[in-house]
Design a protein around this ligand. Structure first.
Ligand SMILES: Cc1ncc(COP(=O)(O)O)c(C=O)c1O
Length: 376
């Protein structure tokens, strides 16, 4: 029996062709394809007066987003503990201090009421996460940011294509970061981007991503280099190469199909599981969601038994996430009340979800879950 992995990247012949063509061009580093990928991201998200800078990972996108927003040594940044550790590491990279807060039961996004209690005069930014592609309560986040004069850097790594009131996440607000890592809906093998709403920060980000060199972006976008340059700011080697961007381009051309296929599977899962007493399904019909993962809540301490049952019948599952306040490196960082986080992390279970997932796989996952709850 074939095992069903949690993730399978969707790499079609079109992606292979883009890759081959990009290799044939012979300009492997950052270049014209990087620029094209950025234009396609802007186009897909319907950006107006907002600017895209791609990076080599989502983590580096977060790091330079924080730096461009002026976050540095001694500042404090609030983010949920229920988040991937990339955010917390990116905060530390800037020299700022991590402050972790709890989440809300209904969407597993940041709890702003609790977050407000953690604000001090050192707090400069807040990083909300749209977990599994499902939006947090963004309105509350923006209200809180306004009240305390905080920058909002949205971790939208899971939500490329999710809409709120018909507007795509990233097309408004302050700063938004996306990831195109190997398992994301749109992958560039590894990659990410930052979206900002002003040209000054846009230009700063372009320099931060390539060692602070002033002319690198404009020249390399023409598949050229300038040998006469100045270094004008701090900088990192975080650029996205032409080769990676070519994979991203091939993927973004089909993003609508990818999202729709995943929405359908999530809707089937919700329908199959919603009447099972021992689980809680995501509280959405998925119509506005670009679902990166399908995260089920397994109640009554049954998760470990269910994992064993699924393992026996060849179904892999994942856990997103171990809360960051439980990791030893973050043990001394400030955090607030974690009642919801501590409960939820014992329940969450990521089921297999692939773009254009085989219907036989979908059925096996559904049967695997329902058969367990018939007997337990
Ligand atoms: C919530 C979240 N934030 C940040 C990241 C980091 O993105 P990347 O893997 O592209 O560095 C990830 C990656 O999985 C993530 O899930």
């Amino acid at each position: 029996m074939e095992r069903i992995p949690v993730f399978i990247p969707f790499i079609g012949n079109d992606t292979k062709k883009h890759l081959e063509d990009a290799l044939d061009v012979g300009w492997l580093g950052m270049g014209a394809s990087t620029k094209e990928f950025e234009e396609r991201i802007a186009d897909f998200l319907n950006l107006e007066n907002r600017f895209v800078v791609t990076t080599n990972t989502g983590t580096s996108a977060l790091h330079i987003a924080l730096r461009a927003a002026g976050i540095g040594s001694g500042d404090e940044v609030i983010t949920p503990s229920f988040n991937y550790v990339a955010d917390h590491q990116a905060i530390k990279m800037t020299g700022a201090n991590v402050v972790m807060c709890d989440i809300k039961e209904e969407n597993l996004g940041i709890d702003c009421e609790k977050a407000e209690k953690l604000v001090t005069e050192k707090t400069k930014a807040i990083i909300p996460l749209h977990f599994a592609g499902i939006p947090c309560n963004q309105k509350e986040v923006f209200e809180m940011a306004e009240k305390y004069n905080l920058r909002v850097i949205e971790d939208a790594m899971h939500a490329f294509g999710t809409t709120i009131d018909n507007k795509k996440i990233g097309s408004y607000g302050d700063v938004t970061c996306f990831s195109f890592d190997p398992v994301k809906i749109v992958t560039s093998i590894d990659g990410g981007c930052v979206i900002v709403n002003n040209e000054e920060e846009f230009k700063r980000l372009q320099k931060f991503r390539l060692l602070g060199v002033d002319k690198d972006t404009t020249e390399r976008y023409k598949n050229k280099r300038s040998w006469d340059y100045d270094v004008v700011s701090e900088g990192y080697r975080y650029h996205l190469t032409n080769i990676m961007a070519s994979v991203g381009i091939s993927q973004i051309k089909r993003v609508v199909e990818f999202i729709e296929s995943r929405q359908k599977i999530c809707q089937e899962y919700n329908k199959a599981f919603k009447n099972i007493e021992g689980v809680k399904v995501p509280q959405t019909d998925f119509k506005e969601i670009s679902p990166f993962i399908y995260s089920l809540r397994v109640l009554d301490d049954k998760r470990e038994f269910l994992i064993k049952h699924l393992d026996k019948i060849g179904i892999d599952v994942g856990i997103h996430f171990i809360p960051v306040h439980k990791h030893s490196y973050f043990a001394n960082d400030r955090c607030g009340d974690m009642t919801v986080t501590d409960r939820v992390v014992k329940e969450i279970l990521t089921l297999p979800l692939h773009t254009n997932m085989k219907s036989e796989y979908v059925q096996r996952v559904i049967n695997g879950i329902t058969s367990f709850f018939k007997n337990n």
